[in-house]
Write a protein that binds this ligand. Structure first.
Ligand SMILES: Cc1cc2nc3c(=O)[nH]c(=O)nc-3n(C[C@H](O)[C@H](O)[C@H](O)COP(=O)(O)OP(=O)(O)OC[C@H]3O[C@@H](n4cnc5c(N)ncnc54)[C@H](O)[C@@H]3O)c2cc1C
Length: 468
């Protein structure tokens, strides 16, 4: 199931499309595009191609479709489920050289961008216009990769995931056809919603070559809260109470005791070693924030809050949130010699306490200690299970615990993935989660990519190529 090498003729054809400087079969380039940031096994492509225009993407796909060469789009390679690993070899189509901000329409709160723009760089540019793109996956991901994975992050409760912040796409289909879908109006009831079909499709249905994104005004005033609770159930109940009282947090993060201990060991701000909620609020006026903080404190107190720290202003927000933004680095530092399997599951917020309990049981049954952090405001939970690379037993334990957590989330009417996507790691759960609608997804894939050249081996378990 692997196109390991391309013929001289194919390489010449690619070179004539994009130019010699934009095709590589060098070992260093193949290795760099063999792995993402996950634990999944690396697989080299046969070649890496960097297009610089939509027309070049189209010509590459026409060639690949005629010659049955797999094509895996690539943004910044920061995925956590093996999403851009070219498991069937072939071409990695790296979009990073299509990285222009094409037009900022301040009055409409919109921007048109190419897919290779990195969202942190884009937001630094947009700040000059007082605007920002709200989804924040933490790593400096590309817009194309965020659209393909429907990335989210901490700010989803108020602003939504990537899916809620894209209005229009330009795409190239597997056969090389260039299409536009969606429009610049924030409202539309016109026809099938193809924009949202492509968002989250992980490069299996088409290649995004341009996007119109919704922007939000950069907030004027900030506040933040750290609330420590007697029990996980109390913390989880406080999530529902705060979300239900009409105060809309921008972010609402859950930290278990293991995570809190790791954060405390990093120095700086100290948290009581209890289940903790970390919250952030934005507003146009400080008076409104002050009133919100008082209400939030009352709601937390009612759920057994033992300590409540709050702060007003950007500096206080940054101080209270400082460790959360370095969570991954702190946990890596605290576990030398280990790698992490990052579990990503989500449930309705009312089931969050049951999910945390199931996760704790799955860890305890295997004598594993792993930090549990969650975007609790949207029921999304991550467990970072440490394992020893090269040690089959420790890897196996991590995988079995992960599978048990995913099964628990699905049983709680949730999902196998809240934001990291299916990639390779979650394919085995798709039938269980989607039942008969998986066949409809497969039919859509076959209709849009009948030869199965686009990112084969992802979302669905079967692949379509024989060894070449
Ligand atoms: C430390 C760390 C923290 C993270 N935290 C979060 C988090 O909080 N929330 C979250 O959602 N994610 C998080 N992620 C995961 C990751 O950043 C996101 O999944 C991100 O969307 C990947 O973007 P990318 O540009 O790196 O895409 P890649 O990894 O390169 O590709 C992702 C997928 O998109 C496809 N693709 C790429 N470009 C295109 C295109 N132009 N057209 C069609 N398909 C394309 C690829 O084939 C692949 O399937 C984190 C990652 C790290 C390393």
């Amino acid at each position: 199931m692997n196109v390991k090498t391309l013929s001289e003729e194919h390489l010449n054809a690619l070179t004539s499309i994009v130019g010699e400087a934009h095709v590589s079969i060098k070992s260093a380039d193949l290795d760099q595009h063999a792995r993402d940031q996950s634990f999944h096994e690396p697989r080299r492509p046969a070649a890496v191609v960097w297009p610089v225009s939509t027309e070049q993407v189209s010509a590459v796909l026409k060639l690949a479709n005629q010659q049955l060469i797999p094509v895996t789009p690539w943004g910044a390679g920061t995925s956590l489920e093996g999403n851009p690993i070219p498991v069937c070899g072939g071409i990695v189509l790296n979009l990073s050289r299509m990285n222009q901000i094409l037009e900022v329409r301040v009055a409409d709160f919109q921007v048109d961008v190419q897919p290779g723009v990195l969202y942190k760089d884009m937001n630094a540019r947009l700040a000059r216009s007082g605007l920002f793109f709200a989804p924040d996956p933490g790593a400096n991901a590309s817009i194309g990769g965020m659209i393909a994975n429907n990335a989210a992050g901490t700010r989803t409760p108020k602003y939504g995931a990537t899916r809620e912040n894209v209005l229009r796409l330009e795409l190239v289909t597997a056969s090389g056809e260039i299409i536009q879908t969606g429009c610049h109006s924030v409202k539309s009831a016109s026809g099938y919603d193809l924009v949202h079909l492509f968002i989250g499709s992980e490069g299996t249905l088409g290649v995004v070559t341009q996007a119109t994104l919704k922007l939000a005004p950069v907030p004027e005033k900030f506040s933040a809260v750290i609330a420590s609770f007697e029990t996980i159930a109390g913390a989880a109940q406080a999530v529902s109470s705060v979300m239900g009282c009409g105060v809309m947090p921008v972010a609402m993060e859950f930290l278990d005791v293991t995570t809190v201990r790791a954060f405390n060991s990093a120095g700086g701000i100290q948290f009581p070693e209890q289940p903790t909620l970390l919250m952030e609020f934005h507003s146009a006026a400080e008076a409104g924030l002050q009133a919100e903080l008082e209400l939030v404190r009352e709601l937390c107190d009612a759920e057994g809050c033992m300590a409540f720290q709050s702060g007003l202003g950007r500096e206080e927000r940054d101080r209270l949130w400082s460790v959360r933004h370095q969570a991954y680095e702190i946990l890596v530092r605290n576990n030398p010699g280990h790698a992490f399997l990052i579990v990503d599951v989500a449930v309705p917020i009312s089931r969050f306490p049951e999910l945390v309990a199931a996760v704790e049981q799955a860890l305890a049954r295997r004598n594993l200690s792993a930090p549990i952090v969650g975007h609790a405001g949207d029921g999304n939970l991550h467990t970072l299970i440490p394992y020893t690379p090269g040690d089959a037993t420790s890897q196996m334990l991590a995988h079995v615990a992960d599978a048990e957590m995913v099964e628990a989330a699905i049983a709680l009417n949730g999902t196998a993935t809240g934001e990291h996507g299916v990639g390779i790691g979650k394919r085995q759960f798709m039938a269980r989660e989607h039942g008969s609608s998986l066949a409809l997804m497969r039919a859509i894939k076959n209709a849009l990519d009948p030869n199965g050249i686009l990112n084969p081996g992802k979302i669905f378990e079967e692949t379509v190529f024989s060894d070449r």
